[in-house]
Design a protein around this ligand. Structure first.
Ligand code: SAM
Length: 311
């Protein structure tokens, strides 16, 4: 990393921390409404989309320090998870639900490249509006506002369930697991990616880690994170779970995303500057959280878990 990138990151961190302290707007999780309103705001100010494209998830890199275009890495992530989970074994025309679909980046790939019929759901009405705007009318992709903890869908309707990085916002992880498996047909494929906290049996949090965790939860409307084993157990405990649950730690393949997401601001300055000074300061506010996320994943306090199972 060049010295200028280091200096930029440090200055951005300090400025961002200052703006965060000074800012009165809080994004602490209270109910799923707080999640919806955080994503409505992120969608409407267009900052995330301009910087990260239409995928609000981490990218997939071959190894920890590999260089790759951030947006390309996000698309690669989707294909890697589709392959790893076995979703690619389903025939074209299969019915897939994307739970917590953001603005539809994954849903469009599932429909376009694999020929699936996709329903994307999100708690954020503005994300659903934007997902519809971004989706060409000839793609078999629908979007609806729906709560993942109360899916208005009959049992066993879908051949595949896909959910990427939505779990950290769920206040009831068991219900999240249970609802995903309930709408999956027997033998259907489940593919989930989640941010997970270190299992307490691998070391209790120290004082510094507790402080960082507090920030990571409150800044991005997260009620809590589950551990990888904890979430695996939630899936196994569901009466709708039809197969073994397998999991893998993809921290090493995804961790470059954190610094890359800050550097995107340098690589595409027009993306932020074009939105005006308010967006610039909002962007700065995110930098301390992004860097603390990087720290937490690098130190093993957080883990990027992927899970696959069968209905
Ligand atoms: C980090 S974003 C990931 C978006 C998308 N999966 C992607 O990869 O681009 C988290 C998503 O989960 C959604 N979400 C959070 N809580 C939800 C809930 N209770 N019901 C439905 N969607 C929810 C958010 O609205 C957002 O779309």
């Amino acid at each position: 990393m060049s010295i200028w990138l280091l200096i930029f990151t440090l200055v951005a961190f300090l400025l961002g921390a200052y703006i965060y302290t000074w800012s009165s707007k809080d994004r602490k999780y209270v109910t799923s409404r707080s999640v919806a309103s955080a994503y409505d705001n992120w969608t409407n100010d267009a900052l995330l989309e301009r910087l990260w494209g239409d995928h609000i998830h981490l990218g997939y890199y071959q190894k920890r320090f590999s260089k790759k275009d951030f947006r390309e890495a996000k698309v690669d992530f989707v294909h890697e998870l589709i392959r790893w989970s076995g979703l690619d074994q389903l025939p074209r025309g299969s019915q897939i639900i994307d739970i917590g679909c953001g603005i539809g980046g994954s849903a469009r790939i599932l429909a376009k490249d694999y020929g699936f019929d996709v329903l994307g759901i999100s708690i954020s009405p503005e994300q659903i509006r934007r997902a519809k705007e971004l989706t060409p009318s000839d793609l078999s992709c629908q979007f609806e506002v729906m709560d993942a903890l109360d899916l208005k869908i009959e049992n066993g309707f879908f051949d595949g369930v896909w959910s990427v990085e939505a779990g950290p916002h769920m206040v009831d992880k068991k219900r999240y697991a249970d609802e995903m498996l309930r709408v999956l047909r027997p033998g259907g494929v489940l593919a989930v990616a989640d941010w997970n906290i270190r299992d307490p049996i691998n070391g209790k949090m120290n004082h510094l880690e507790r402080g960082v965790m507090h920030h990571l939860l409150d800044q991005w409307a997260h009620p809590e994170f589950s551990s990888m084993n904890g979430f695996k157990k939630s899936l196994l405990d569901s009466r709708f779970c039809g197969g073994p649950v397998e999991m893998a730690d993809w921290t090493v393949f995804t961790i470059p995303s954190w610094l890359d997401s800050v550097f995107e601001g340098i690589r595409r300055p027009h993306a932020i500057i074009g939105l005006g000074p308010a967006a610039f300061f909002k962007g700065l506010r995110e930098i301390p959280t992004i860097l603390l996320m990087h720290w937490a994943f690098a130190k093993g306090l957080m883990k990027f878990g992927v899970f696959r199972s069968r209905g």
